[in-house]
Structure formats: C-alpha cells, structure tokens
Write a protein that binds this ligand. Sequence first.
Ligand code: BG6
Length: 611
Amino acid sequence: MCGIVGYVGPRACQELILQGLERLEYRGYDSAGIALLDSEGDVSMVRAVGNLAALRGAADAHTSAATTGLGHTRWATHGKVTEQNAHPHFDMSRQLAVVMNGIIENYVELRAELAGEGIAFSSETDTEVIPHLLSKHYRGDLVQAVREVLPQLQGHYAFVAMHANEPGRLVGARKECPLVVGVGDGERFFGSAIPAFLRETRDIQLVEDGEIVVLEPDSTTILNGANEPVEREIKPVEMDEDAAEKGGHETFMLKEIYEQPDALWDTLGDRLNEDGTVEFAELGMDDAHLARVERIHIVACGTSYHAGLVGRYLIEDWARIPVHIEVASEYRYRTCLAGPGDMVIGITQSGESADTLAAMRVARERGAHVVALTNIMGSQATRDSDGVIFTRAGLEISVAATKTHTAQVMALALLALKLGRLKWALTATGAVEVASDLRAMPDIVRGYLESAAPAQVFEVAGRYFDRPFFLYLGRHVGVPVCFEGALKLKEISYIPTEAYPAGEMKHGPIALLAEGSPVVCVATDGHVFDKVVSNIQEVKARGAEVIAVATEGNQSIEQHVDDVLWVPRTPPLLSPIMANVPLQLFAYAVARAKGLNVDQPRNLAKTVTVE
Ligand code: BG6
C-alpha cells in the first residue's frame, strides 16, 4: 500500500528520508511527500505528484538541516492523485504533521464532526482527520493526544505524527498495517518495511497492534493498550542491503527472475533430509498432529493464489488429502466450513495482504489450525497464524511477483512430501525419489537461466509484443502455470489476456480467436500432453498463432505450433517451478518492448493492505 519513513537523530534527515522512500516505492508510487521539523520548531513540507523522482526534484530546491522528519509514498485509496491529497497532512496551525498507511473507515463521520467544529479540510483524504483530531486533543503532549485519538479511529492503519513544539520526537501507532523501528547509534527510524532504513541500520524493533511508539534519538518507548511501557528486544535482520539494489540487472523484476535458483535452494535449505523426511521449525504442528489433518483449505490473492493451485495438485497427489482453494477476498465472506482438525494455509509473500489476513482470521476463529506461508519475518500473517512456513526468497521489490512464486511452490511441495510420508500415501522409496527431484530443481532452473533459452524467449516476444490480445491455455498442473503466465503479462504489459483450462476453451473462449490470434500453450511432458496437442490443433484450425512451452527432447510439438519456448525436463508435477520462468521472461520482454516500467506497473502495488 503506501510507504512511511520517519527519522529522529543528530543528522540532517531530508536525504535519509528521500532514500528511504525510494526503497519503499514498490509499496505505492502515485505521489509522495516529506515534512521536516528543525530544532527551532519550524515545519517545512514538500509534496509532489508522481514517483519519487518527482519529489526529489521538488525537494532538492529546499535543502533543510532539520533532524526530525517524516516521509510518505502513496497508493491512493481515498481522494484523487493530487498534490493536496499527497501526504504529509497537517492540522490547521500546520504545526502537526501526519503520514499514514491504511484506511480510516469512519473518516466520513469524523470529517463531518470536525467540520462542524469549524475545521477546514484541505484534502479529500481519510488521513487528514488524524492531524485535526490530534490537534483537538493536543495539550502539549503528542503521546497523550495520540492515546486519546486512537479509540476514535476505525479501520486498519499505521501512522506517524510530529509536532512543532516537540522537535526530536516522533509518535507512531499501528493497527493491522505494518510499522517497524530501526535502531541506530543515537538515532531512530520508522519504516513501513525494513528496506526504508536497511542502509543505515540492521537492528530493528517490531511494533505490535494497538501499541503507541515514541521515538527519540536515543530511545524507543513502546506503550501497550493500557499505557504501560513494554520492553521490546532489538533484533538483527539477515536481509542484505544489496537486496534493495538491482545487482547489475536493468530492473528489479529481471534481477528477481535470476534469483530464483537461490530462492529455491534457500527455501529447501535445511528442511529436506536425505531420507525424504521434512522439518518445518515454525509450523506449530508436530507430526502426530499433522498426520491427523483430514482437510486442507488454501486462501490467497494474486500470484500467491496461483502457487496454491499448484500446491493442491502436489498435496492431493502425494498425500491424498483433499484441498479446497479459494481467493481470499471471497473466502472471507462465504460461510466458512473450516474447523478443528483442518489446516488452513494463508499464502502471502508480503504477509500483509488484507484479504488473506482476514480469511486466515475467519478460519482461525472457527478452530482450524492456520499456517502462514510467507516471505517476510515479523509480518502480520506470522501473527495471525498458529504456525509459519517461510519461503526464503529474500526481499522482492518488483510489484510482479516471480521468485516468491516459485519459492512458494517449492515450500508447498515440501509440505506435500511431509504429509505424504505421514499419511503413508508415499512410500519411503517414493519419498526419497521426490526428495532428490526437489533437490535437483534449483540447478535445473539455474541451468536454464544461464543457457541461450532466455535470449530465445526475448526473440520470440519481439515478434508478438504488439498484439492486442493473448489467450493462455494449459491442462492439469499447466493450468495454474498458464493463469500465472497470463497474470504476469496483464500486470506489466497491460495487454488484455485470458487464461483457461484448455479443455474448457471450446465451451466459450474459442470464440475470441481470429486469424493470427496469439495463443500461449503450456505443453510440457505429462499424462495430458496429447490432450493439449489436440487443443492446439483446435486453435490452429481457427487461425491462431501458437507459442508452446514444451519439454526439451519432445520435438513432436514443433509440427503443431509456430514457436516453442523449450524448458529442461522435470518430473511433471514439478514442471510449474520451471515452466513459470519462460512465461515470466516472455511477459517481461513484451513489456520492455513496449517501453513500460515493469517494476512499477500502473494501478498496482506490491502489497495491498486494504480490502
Ligand atoms: C498484489 C501484488 O498486490 O498482491 C501481486 O501486485 C501479489 O504481485 C498479490 O501476488 C498478493 O500479494 P501477497 O503478498 O499476499 O502474496
């Protein structure tokens, strides 16, 4: 959603805050702003519409020596993308500044109440109610004002405030939206995520829901709901700084596509033993409990949902446990039938997607054992669950998910293997075989990325990038792969694209085809290969141009299609880990050929923390 940065300390913080915002830009980038408070109590502010480059352009004209400051990069929810609606927002005296991430659901009532008391609003945002409410309750102590205002706010949010009378102090609060503290030597940072201050410090303090945090250069004071101070340990984070840089690639997306072999290897990590047994340290379920699981529900959004679709095939095939999977935004409002004895897996790379968190909470209230499959330590999902499985893909900055997706499929494969053994659905020999297949995947993907294949994908994409529509088809585990491939193309090239189980195509979508329509078919080896070939013949008969993702060595496909994106041979059930890569590259190459910003596609954000 939006990104927040805050600083108190001895250093002039304008540049620090701008750099922090640049590293959070993946959270939202339609407008941005900073507010700076100097030791004299003067508050200055710069806001700009557009991405951080626009703000930096405006800010560079105002260098300030202030050592207390706030910053915000926006993904609009309430109020158009304008300078007035950009954050920070102020009270009428312009002494109190606030930046927020999230939504204040009762802002209309609060605005009416405040307007009735003579408050003039200068923006259309929900956020602006906070500085006016704080000002109304301000009697010289910003912490007390925050304490009095929190009960009036409904919704989910994280905000940080500062007051001209209190230079060297920032006050923050959170409810279901992320906020983390960075601890430096004689300085403190606020961030919506760790990259905001990763270059300055690796020491963090987590903030829990309902807590108020007061930052001063040499101290962090955390107050719980009862206004009692809470001790919070300072934790070092593993995340490396380079994660926030492009590592020599032209974009974060390409860098992250090439990081997949490491992400797969790290996600396997120390969890898979030679004998095919699997250990999950944070699952919160011992083997006996796991062996009693009779039903699994998977809830997720976007690309994570597509990983869940692959997970269903793996779990049902290896463990013979029925898996129900649903998009989280629907699951949370349907009659939830999950209950004690059921496992509900919430897949969310960011660990902050509001719909997935809400679906996990619904299932947890019904007594199901909820597991978060996430990529981010300390994220909300790790708190709204009974156990966690971490993908270890490292920070993913590009809005279109790639390495976290294949890492999620790898993690689900490990879970399916573990359940398969515990349910005696997989024999000991079978488990050892699956284990060696899984262990081989990272190098298979690495070999592919280091081969001539990616260049061939770019060459093929160069002949299709200007098409007005695409249809993606697949069967069995190829279905989630074509869904994901189509989503990647939609996300970053904006080309209308449909994806369908190939067998379903003749019941409707085939009507979309005309002479020259491009159809991408996932046709890797497996028990449905011949069926996919006959679907290819059906679309060819309607004049379509077919690009197939196919398994090296199976030349028979060439006679049926116009172009082939070859992938190395893998066990069919694991083919999604490999087959996703050429489709990520295809979408990437099409978007680049169209000159589009692949890391910050229009209208999207990396993490959607609102409903
Ligand atoms: C969207 C992102 O906002 O959320 C997608 O643009 C992502 O890339 C989806 O797949 C779900 O996010 P998460 O963090 O819950 O996996």
